[in-house]
Ligand binder design. Structure first.
Ligand code: ADP
Ligand code: MG
Length: 333
């Protein structure tokens, strides 16, 4: 039996990058849930994390349209809202799929917070585009009114809000979920955690936490969650069957089982898209470098074969290294 963290990409959650209808999203979720239930039915403990890009973009846009009648929430609140809506859909579909697979579990979504450092260099260089495109005049108005940072995208013609993407340091609910797993509750529950990378928070100087307007990369936080829970397998699920060399080029080839050192060389050589496949490859390397047994990047249809070691881009911990590390909780840096 393994403890498995599945990280679902935005694309495994909602087709057409969030522009689909709700019933399309539900259909997609149903398909995803059947694959996840298959993991539990094989006897594994399951924890799920997920992206939220399209969903949080839609929530921010909704808030924009509703102003001034309804005051817009800060972005970190929209992050929490997206965890709620996606967590609900996962809970609905996964509990049904689990029952059908003869592996009933309580599915427990947790609105999660992730600590970031207020001194993270990302706060001085916002880089992650969120929401829609604006005209130059709209961009000026938004900058004055909300203090947003907007950047021009000359290629696609327009301005876009950019927010910082700081490194996740600690998932605040980790200890509680880890303790529940250690009590054996992984045989009865599936947790849905750190959606969208978790709501980014910093210390408020009074013993508490304060939300910040930033987005955490969900692949980075997936590696942190998997380490924090002592998972042995990290499964990064996206919309391609794995990572490829010469992706989209004439000599494209999928990478199967690969030594970590070789995958790292391909990463350094720039084989993987900076905002897409790159962070997934970094996440799987981070996980196996810190004691995780195995990490796989694949898509939903390939999940069963990936579990059997026959699909996806697969990296294993080098033999003889850090055998027990993953069982220890991650401390904040
Ligand atoms: P998710 O929503 O699952 O995080 P992303 O769109 O961020 O998905 O990342 C998956 C995408 O990465 C693929 O659809 C593909 O277009 C892109 N990609 C970039 N480089 C590569 C590569 N070398 N191999 C495979 N996919 C790549
Ligand atoms: Mg992504």
């Amino acid at each position: 039996m393994s403890r498995v963290l599945v990280a679902l990409g935005g694309n495994a959650l909602a087709p057409a990058h969030g522009t689909g209808t709700w019933s399309e999203a539900l259909r997609e979720m149903r398909r995803t849930a059947v694959a996840l239930a298959g993991i539990v039915a094989r006897g594994h403990e399951l924890v799920v994390t997920h992206g939220n890009g399209p969903q949080v973009g839609n929530l921010v846009r909704e808030a924009e349209l509703a102003e001034p009648e309804v005051p817009a929430p800060p972005m970190y609140v929209a992050d929490a809202e997206s965890q709620g809506q996606i967590g609900l859909l996962i809970a609905q579909e996964l509990s049904r799929a689990l029952a059908r697979a003869g592996a009933a579990r309580a599915v427990l979504p947790i609105v999660s917070r992730t600590e970031v450092s207020a001194a993270d260099p990302a706060f001085r260089a916002p880089s992650k585009p969120v929401g829609r495109f604006y005209t130059g005049a709209e961009a000026r108005r938004l900058r004055e009114r909300h203090g947003w940072v907007l950047r021009e995208d000359a290629e696609r013609g327009g301005w876009r809000r950019v927010v910082p993407s700081p490194r996740p340091r600690r998932w605040l609910e980790a200890t509680a979920v880890r303790q529940a797993l250690e009590l054996g509750l992984g045989r009865r529950c599936v947790w849905v955690v750190a959606g969208g990378g978790g709501v980014p928070v910093v210390r408020d100087g009074r013993g508490g936490w304060r939300g910040v307007d930033a987005v955490i990369d969900k692949d980075r936080s997936a590696a942190l969650v998997a380490r924090s829970l002592g998972c042995s397998l990290l499964l990064v699920v996206t919309d391609v069957p794995g990572a490829a060399l010469d992706f989209g080029g004439p000599k494209q080839r999928w990478i199967g089982s690969v030594p970590a050192a070789e995958l790292r060389r391909h990463l350094r050589a720039g084989e993987f898209g900076a905002g897409s496949m790159g962070p997934k490859v970094e996440a799987v390397l981070d996980f196996v470098a810190h004691g995780g047994r195995e990490a796989v990047i694949t898509d939903i249809p390939s999940v069963p074969a990936a579990l059997a070691g026959r699909a996806g881009t697969r990296v294993r911990r080098a033999p003889g290294t850090l055998g027990r590390r993953s069982r220890r909780p991650v401390k904040s840096a």
